[in-house]
Design a protein around this ligand. Structure first.
Ligand code: ADP
Length: 421
């Protein structure tokens, strides 16, 4: 094992793992901190997925340190702390407190911080984070219910979260390439800065930053900046050229989609699927009970399972979601539907489903935990950020694709199965 990663949420972890596979590392994603006696998987990189983004800072720190301990015992040579490309964090952290704790535990004094992901329109210029053409705090992120981002200046944002000081490696230096970036970071570390926000507006910047950080004990950032890291290990003779780092065991069985996301992208994907395959819509307004809601869908699915995917969806447009939330309350409505989806997933797998797509981050979390899945071996991407994975820890061999709401093209639900054949 070469690279050990700690991610502050589940779908972000998959995004990072997929990036590492694309750049030649066999990668496994682990849900939660592995037990002490759990052996390291046969992989080049491991991503430990936590739910630490919005947890109390003390808890986020404790879980991240536990993950670090396991990753170091597993022999990882470098640690990557992954957060969102929009730097999602509360006023209390958790990016700063977690990074401070990881640095201290590693006995290191300095780390770079770079959330840029130009492919997804996240760029950092003069320390300011842009989403598309607008500043972070004008991108809608200022209204996020849990992690409102009201300041786009990452030097200021991170400074508020850490006991250390924060510098900037600006665009003009990054443009000059890896050696200049390395020199700038070394100078900053010598001046006693604990972090440097590093500008990046395109992939060649990210690759240069990755090369410049080859000797760093800890790197922090979005999944974008991880793209430069596999090459460091190849250059050092530690990582062979892998012809198919995303190879997964072949799994035969029925195909199904569970959609619990109400995002615009998912609603579009459902519209497309309705024209091609059987779709069942859950009606939580008529049946506000998880067990009965699940039973209706399971009844409908029996006799329909096979190579042609079936789709079971709770997804609804905003007015319908509002009606359900008014009846049940927002959190209770979400929890009820997640519970129903998790029960349906268990029944589908018991009925022979071996290829399962789940749409929605929270929905995927509920499904994965009910299925008893502990880790995912990461395969090839279906669409950017969404790979097929092989689930380990459940009762049956299973291919899973966990799609965060907004990801995927309109034909995603059909394409996902087509790429397997
Ligand atoms: P995304 O990745 O798009 O954010 P999530 O699964 O994380 O998707 O979140 C969607 C939430 O909406 C889940 O809690 C889900 O249970 C809930 N939900 C799904 N369908 C409905 C509906 N018809 N009415 C109310 N809530 C719903």
């Amino acid at each position: 094992m070469l690279l050990g990663c700690i991610a502050d949420d589940f779908t972000g972890a998959t995004d990072l793992a997929s990036m590492l596979v694309k750049h030649g590392m066999r990668t496994v994603q682990r849900f939660g901190v592995p037990r002490d006696d759990e052996a390291a998987p046969d992989a080049d990189a491991v991503v430990v997925a936590l739910k630490s983004r919005t947890a109390p800072a003390r808890q986020a720190v404790a879980e991240s340190l536990a993950a670090l301990g396991w990753l170091r015992r597993a022999g990882c040579r470098q640690i990557f702390f992954k957060y969102c490309s929009t730097f999602d964090s509360t006023e209390a952290g958790n990016i700063g407190p977690v990074a401070d704790a990881l640095l201290a535990a590693l006995g290191a004094g300095f780390a770079l911080a770079c959330p840029a992901f130009p492919l997804n329109a996240r760029s950092v210029y003069q320390g300011y984070l842009f989403v598309g053409g607008v500043l972070l705090n004008e991108s809608g992120m200022e209204n996020h219910p849990l992690t409102p981002m009201r300041d786009a200046n990452l030097v200021r944002v991170l400074s508020r979260q850490t006991e250390g000081t924060v510098g900037l490696v600006p665009y003009a230096v990054v443009e000059q390439g890896a050696a200049a970036i390395r020199d700038a970071m070394t100078a900053m570390a010598e001046q006693g800065r604990r972090y440097a926000i590093v500008d990046a507006v395109n992939d060649s910047h990210l690759l240069a930053i990755g090369a410049a950080a080859a000797s760093h004990a800890l790197i922090t950032g979005g999944s974008g900046v991880a793209m430069g890291l596999p090459e460091n290990f190849r250059r050092a003779g530690l990582l062979p050229e892998r012809t198919d780092p995303g190879a997964l065991p072949a799994v035969a069985g029925a195909a199904a989609v569970l959609a619990g996301s109400c995002s615009r992208a998912t609603l579009g994907q459902l519209g497309f699927a309705r024209e091609h395959v059987p779709v069942f819509e859950l009606d939580p307004l008529a049946v506000p009970d998880a067990a009965r809601l699940a039973a209706g869908a399971i009844d409908w699915a029996s006799g329909r399972l096979g190579a042609t995917p079936i789709v079971i969806a709770a997804s609804a447009p905003p007015d319908k979601v509002a009606a359900v939330q008014q009846l049940l309350g927002r959190d209770a409505a979400g929890a009820l539907i997640e519970d129903a989806m998790a029960r349906i997933a268990v029944a589908l797998v018991a009925g022979g489903v071996r290829r399962l797509v789940v749409a929605g981050g929270e929905t995927a979390g509920a499904v994965v935990s009910q299925l008893g899945v502990r880790s995912l071996r990461i395969g090839a991407e279906i669409d950017p950020g969404v790979p097929w994975t092989y689930a380990e820890g459940g009762d049956a061999p299973l291919l899973l694709a966990l799609k965060s709401g907004n990801f995927g093209a309109r034909d995603f639900f059909l394409k996902a199965f087509a790429v397997l054949d």
